[in-house]
Design a protein around this ligand. Structure first.
Ligand code: TXA
Ligand code: MG
Length: 327
């Protein structure tokens, strides 16, 4: 079982040593908990894939603590990427850039592009600094399941397969980073996330990914993902559900519906804030899942700002096709 380390000086140092040695350490970021190891150590990264049950074709993000660290990982950093790093890092934005030879193939799933990000969380930054290696880290959940925003979520899903969890409490943003591939002066949106697309449009045109020759570019785009262990059904509003099944749970956006009839209700944001909704999304879903309901109804939220990422996760959680990728 993983040891739970406090995020104090000694805890962060111990975790940094473990990462450098290629052990598997879950740590808080501003988005969700990551499961980190030394990105230069291909054997350690292989163990990381295994602990998540993640297929090898799905690349992992490399986390850095400074903008300069990107130069060792990327063959070429376009000026647009530099501007985004300058303005939006540290923050929930992953830039997919041409990789250098320093990045082991397993990190990029054999591809020529590497995802890099500088997280906006003091514990994560201090951890990466002290490890003094780039940190490969997917979200610290079993493949395809709900992402972890609290240490207990990590322990439940992968606690027996990893070495340590650095306890930084609840993660503030709550949805994963926005992932964009930088192609010259244009951006391809691979995954909506913590940085709104509206913000990125101030820098460059943002388009859909080019799926050259039917090849899967970003496996996180695949349909079924971020899923609770019970079926999830998207609805416009809870009041539209005439008679919920007897053991149904509800993920409400703003308010508990007047009619009642649900075994358990979780509210994302009583004041209707999309940021608050994003921050609470996975905790609410984890609570609904473990409350024993047999189905979860989820209310749609407005698709603007970080609401786009919330709806993206809810749509994937509600998809019925078998999981094909992501993590
Ligand atoms: O907020 C986050 O991004 C969190 C924290 C821990 O940083 N990490 C995270 O990692 O969500 P993961 O592995 O669960 O999701 C990363 C997504 C996947 O959809 C993956 O396919 C995509 O980013 N990705 C990573 N590297 C890529 C690359 N080289 N090319 C294309 N897509 C990439
Ligand atoms: Mg993930």
């Amino acid at each position: 079982m993983a040891v739970l380390l406090p995020a104090d000086d000694a805890g962060v140092s111990a975790a940094a040593d473990m990462i450098r040695e290629g052990k598997l350490v879950a740590f808080p970021t501003e988005t969700v908990y990551g499961l980190g190891t030394n990105a230069r150590d291909a054997v350690a990264v292989a163990a990381l894939f295994e602990s998540k049950g993640r297929p090898r074709f799905d690349p992992v993000i490399v986390h850095v603590a400074s903008r300069e660290a990107v130069d060792a990982l990327c063959g070429f950093v376009p000026p647009l990427a530099r501007r985004l790093m300058e303005d939006l890092w540290p923050g929930p934005l992953t830039l997919v850039l041409p990789k250098s030879e320093a990045v082991p193939d397993i990190v990029t799933a054999g591809g020529e592009w590497v995802g890099v990000r500088m997280p906006d969380h003091p514990v994560a930054l201090e951890l990466i600094r002290r490890a003094s290696v780039p940190v490969a880290a997917p979200s610290a959940n079993r493949f395809g399941m709900l992402s972890p925003t609290e240490p207990s979520h990590v322990l439940q899903q992968v606690g027996e397969r990893i070495d340590a969890v650095l306890d930084g409490g609840k993660t503030p943003v709550g949805v994963e980073s926005t992932v964009v591939r930088v192609v010259g002066e244009c951006l391809e949106l691979l995954r909506p996330g913590g940085v709104p697309v509206e913000t990125l449009r101030r820098y460059a045109p943002v388009g859909p990914p080019e799926e050259g020759g039917g090849k899967l570019l970003s496996p996180g785009m695949t349909k079924k993902h971020y899923a609770p262990s019970v079926p999830l059904i998207l609805v416009d509003a809870a009041d539209d559900i005439s008679s919920p099944s007897p053991n149904a749970g509800l993920l409400a956006f703003r308010a508990v519906p007047a009619g009642g009839g649900f075994a358990r209700v979780e509210v994302l944001s009583p004041r209707g804030s999309l940021r608050e909704a994003a921050a609470n999304l996975f905790s609410c879903l984890h609570r609904l899942q473990s409350s024993g309901v047999s189905v979860i109804y989820a209310e749609k939220v407005p698709e603007k700002g970080v609401g786009l990422a919330v709806m993206d996760r809810l749509r994937r959680a509600s998809a019925t096709v078998p999981s094909a990728g992501g993590g």
